[in-house]
Design a protein around this ligand. Structure first.
Ligand SMILES: NC(=O)c1ccc[n+]([C@@H]2O[C@H](COP(=O)([O-])OP(=O)(O)OC[C@H]3O[C@@H](n4cnc5c(N)ncnc54)[C@H](O)[C@@H]3O)[C@@H](O)[C@H]2O)c1
Length: 298
């Protein structure tokens, strides 16, 4: 079905659904060209915290964006009001297929007919939501990492996305301080997530086989790459249960992946070693906490 690209995008609002870890960060970045960004979340506390986070961070982020201008970030508890006249809608609601399908039905019914609709889902391709919208030509994945620290955004077609929609976002997102990459075909797992999944898998195999301790793996990795934290410490921050469920998801879709990484994670979880949140994982932590996980791509 033909799709008419949105006009006047410089002045029209943008709507973000879900004000959690990613939604508030997406709102922050998309508020850097002067327009209004509406953050919709049914949870008033999260919504308020999301608006506060994005508003506080905005001046600092603007320092690194040439020609950037502070937009207004507002919370909305009414979906229709959040979507009214928005040229772009990004959903960052919890990773539940049925919820996302329902959310896209609502967005489709309430948004402007020329609005570009995007999902930030890490594991569902937007082809899974294509039946929820009347015109999938306007639907795609925009997968953000962890802005403002990590600025890549992967753009992936739902299979029926109008190529002009992908090109429009690839053209304008750099102006918001983001770094878009076009994914050339549908993929279970985005480009960066697949690279990181491979690193995690091999690190777990090295440890499971007794080739090296987690400490040695992290020491070599950080010295070789210049990164602050090695893979074992990063997996501890995310939570080893989350790491296992992601790996199980890959294994379900790609038969033949080695089992030793999943076995090692299963043993550690059975021993109560879930990482930072349980006080021990590959490392011991004085105080169980989950804050760092929010800073670490999963
Ligand atoms: N956290 C990450 O590292 C990360 C990275 C990339 C992509 N993602 C993806 O982003 C999405 C959101 O993840 P998150 O970590 O920000 O989750 P989160 O749990 O931190 O936030 C989700 C928010 O959505 C809200 N919500 C629930 N139902 C809603 C509805 N119907 N409409 C609007 N909001 C609703 C919740 O109240 C919550 O505040 C997921 O699809 C996830 O795969 C997450």
């Amino acid at each position: 079905m033909a799709f008419k690209l949105p006009e006047n995008i410089e002045t029209r609002p943008i709507a973000i659904l879900g004000a959690g870890t990613l939604g508030r960060r997406i709102a922050l970045m998309l508020a850097t060209r002067g327009a209004e960004v509406r953050l919709y979340d049914p949870d008033a506390e999260v919504r308020g915290a999301g608006v506060a986070f994005a508003t506080q961070q905005l001046p600092r982020v603007l320092e690194s964006i040439q020609g950037g201008r502070a937009g207004t970030i507002v919370g909305r508890d009414d979906l229709a009001a959040a979507l009214q006249d928005a040229w772009h809608v990004v959903e960052a609601v919890p990773e539940k297929l049925a919820l996302k399908q329902e959310v896209f039905k609502q967005i489709d019914a309430l948004s402007a007919p020329d609005a570009i609709l995007a999902s930030n889902s890490s594991s569902y391709c937007t082809s899974a939501f294509a039946d929820s919208v009347e015109n999938p030509a306007r639907l795609l994945n925009t997968h953000y990492l962890m802005p403002p620290r990590a600025t890549p955004v992967e753009l992936m077609s739902c299979g029926r996305t109008d190529p002009a929609v992908i090109q429009l976002l690839a053209d304008v997102l750099p102006g918001y301080g983001l770094t878009p990459y076009i994914v050339q075909r549908e993929s279970m797992g985005f480009i960066y997530n697949r690279i990181w999944a491979a690193i995690k898998r091999e690190v777990l195999a090295v440890v499971a086989e007794g080739v090296a301790s987690p400490q040695v793996v992290d020491a070599i990795y950080t010295q070789a790459t210049g990164e602050k934290n090695g893979p074992c410490r990063r997996m501890d921050a995310v939570g080893l249960d989350v790491v296992l469920s992601i790996e199980e998801n890959y294994a379900e879709h790609r038969p033949g992946l080695p089992e030793s990484p999943r076995r090692l994670l299963g043993q550690m979880i059975a021993e109560g070693r879930l990482g930072v949140k349980s006080g021990r994982g590959f490392y011991d932590y004085d105080t169980p906490a989950s804050g760092r996980a929010q800073e670490t791509p999963r």
